[in-house]
Design a protein around this ligand. Structure first.
Ligand code: GUN
Ligand code: FE
Length: 424
């Protein structure tokens, strides 16, 4: 196979360390789904490839949503007067119970699939529900979108209504093994991710079993960590011997070097927890809009970047109402400014370039070499017609990128490529 093409246009991507790279009227070359780099002049070696002329349009890497919940799409923007635990009990658990009905699941999952295909995200890490048939259906629909996704069958065997919780650890684990069996060899773009909901939802026995599965099968794992003050206190009561919320996961081996784990939120982590996240290479999915909506707080992103943690952005539907990671970028910038002004003026707010990095290359690293056009990176790209967003005040490619981050929506996305395949 030697399928390749060249995109010509105005290019923005992030380099190692987060520096913004901009090339006006340049070229990105893709061969076999892999970027060959960004060029001012097209090298002779690539002049035989078909050229897709997107002159005057912006070309940026596809966006990465490191944390969201597909079954919560239908109740976005509802229950926004509640905090996390009341919101889970009042909205989330009753709604997720409905996914035991496959016809209901199909109707709702088709809507999120359609919207994700059209939107700017090219990679997503998703929670499903505890239900096997509905989660497999979600995976089939995600596969058809052309996006590359990791999808989780949720594990929960305590502190949830009987209609939703699994009977016990044994049943939850055997369901998970069966689901993994069903996934084998079935998809090319969609993979399973282990998904213990969070410490309050999972017994020790269940966590031990999942950690063992993670190690044996080399599987990725996602969960929630240190999101909301009341939740953190509850975890302290549930696990008095752990010493911290992060340790409550680490004692099972889920937060440890060599594990591929992403933890959503990390709003209230203490210095020793931050060190543990760093040393273990655990990814943090920063979900600023959800953290505001559920009155959880503002994560110390400047500290995480300074410490060199692996960080990306998450929409956390339905804590967040918007699935676009462009929106998560502008939210991350704005909330970092409020944190700086109100909480700690030694922690500088995020720049546009940093937020762009987090939503592309930062989160992309969870998938491998993803989120940049640097040579060797998988070619996820958006071609954006930002002519309607351009005014006499816009002076540079960085200005255009800022307008796109704050103001664009899916109507401006002309073309979308995932690992070199054109979706539209
Ligand atoms: N913690 C446990 N479950 C959830 C969830 O569904 N959403 C959010 N935001 N936090 C959680
Ligand atoms: Fe979440």
């Amino acid at each position: 196979m030697n399928r390749g093409f060249v995109l010509k246009g105005d290019i923005c991507d992030s380099r190692a360390g987060g520096a913004l790279n901009t090339v006006q009227d340049g070229y990105v070359v893709c061969v076999d789904g892999i970027s060959q780099g960004v060029f001012h002049e097209l090298p002779e070696a690539f002049t035989h490839l078909p050229l897709i002329d997107c002159s005057h349009h912006m070309i940026v890497p596809g966006l990465v949503d490191l944390h969201t919940h597909a079954p919560q799409y239908a109740y976005r923007a509802l229950g926004m007067d509640l905090e996390l635990l009341d919101w889970l009990n009042t909205y989330t658990f009753p709604e997720e119970t409905r996914y035991g009905d496959l016809a209901y699941a199909l109707a709702q999952y088709e809507r999120i699939a359609q919207d994700l295909r059209r939107g700017p995200n090219t990679r997503c890490v998703l929670f499903g529900t505890v239900h096997l048939p509905a989660t497999e259906l979600l995976m089939e629909l995600m596969e058809k979108t052309g996006l590359i996704t990791l999808v989780g069958k949720v594990n929960m065997d305590r502190n949830a209504p009987d209609t939703l919780a699994e009977k016990d650890a044994q049943q939850s684990l055997s369901n998970t093994r069966l689901w993994l069996e069903h996934c084998k060899g079935r998809f090319t773009r969609t993979g399973p991710i282990l998904s213990p909901r969070f410490i309050p939802s999972c017994s020790d026995q269940l966590m031990e079993g999942l950690a063992e599965l993670q190690e044996q099968e080399g599987l990725p794992l996602q969960s929630h960590l240190s999101e909301n003050p009341k939740e953190c206190s509850w975890v302290g009561e549930l696990c008095p011997a752990s010493g911290s919320y992060t340790q409550a996961y680490a004692r099972f081996g889920m937060i440890a070097p060599g594990r591929r784990t992403v933890m959503a939120h990390c709003v209230w982590c203490k210095p020793e927890e931050i060190q543990l996240l760093k040393e273990s290479g655990t990814f943090v999915a920063h979900c600023p809009q959800s953290n505001a909506n559920l009155a959880s707080g503002i994560a110390p992103l400047r500290t995480y970047l300074r410490e060199g943690l692996s960080v990306g952005l998450g929409s956390d539907i339905a804590g967040g109402a918007h699935s676009s990671i462009f929106r998560a970028m502008s939210d991350a910038i704005q909330f970092s400014k409020l944190r700086w002004r109100l909480t700690d003026d030694s922690l500088a707010p995020l720049t546009v370039a940093e937020a762009f990095y987090l939503g592309t290359r930062g989160g992309g690293a969870f998938f491998g070499k993803v989120g940049s056009f640097e040579e060797g990176y998988e070619m996820d790209a958006l071609v954006i017609d930002d002519s309607d967003l351009t005014t006499p005040c816009v002076r540079s490619l960085e200005d255009r990128l800022s307008r796109i981050i704050y103001l664009s929506d899916e109507r401006q996305i002309l073309h979308k490529f995932v690992r070199g395949e054109r979706l539209f």
